[in-house]
Design a protein around this ligand. Structure first.
Ligand SMILES: [Zn+2]
Length: 130
């Protein structure tokens, strides 16, 4: 949140269309490698089970959106991550979002959970306006 940049006017409009209640709170940060908010061993375990894509392109922690540097211009990816921000808002913050997200991840699997599918629908909706 400290190092990220705010959304541009165009990105603010996309965020609003997707349903982000407070798009001005969003900060974007380009990273070489995705930060991982859990011990490395957990990520390794999930990757061995095929539960994590090998090269994660985006990660959203409520208003903090991390985008891999080579995906910085990917508008569909940003729309997808903004949809997750809207989900954090709707569900009531980190704990309820992450509980549902990882529950879906470990049961129906990535990317077949309802939160992921809803984010993909938001991408299609936002792109239909361009
Ligand atoms: Zn997603």
């Amino acid at each position: 949140m400290r190092d990220g940049i705010a959304l541009t006017a165009k990105q603010l409009a996309v965020a609003a269309r997707i349903g982000v209640a407070h798009p001005r709170c969003v900060r974007l940060l380009a990273v070489e490698r995705m930060p991982w908010p859990a011990p490395r061993a957990v990520l390794d375990f999930l990757m061995r089970r095929g539960a994590v894509p090998q090269r994660i392109a985006g990660l959203t922690l409520r208003y903090a959106i991390f985008l891999r540097k080579d995906c910085w211009e990917d508008r569909k990816l940003l729309a997808h991550e903004l949809a997750h921000t809207a989900q954090y808002e709707r569900l009531g913050g980190f704990r309820p979002f992450l509980r549902q997200y990882f529950d879906e991840w470990l049961t129906v699997g990535y990317p077949n959970g309802e939160l992921e599918r809803e984010a993909e629908r938001a991408v299609h909706k936002s792109c239909a306006h361009e």
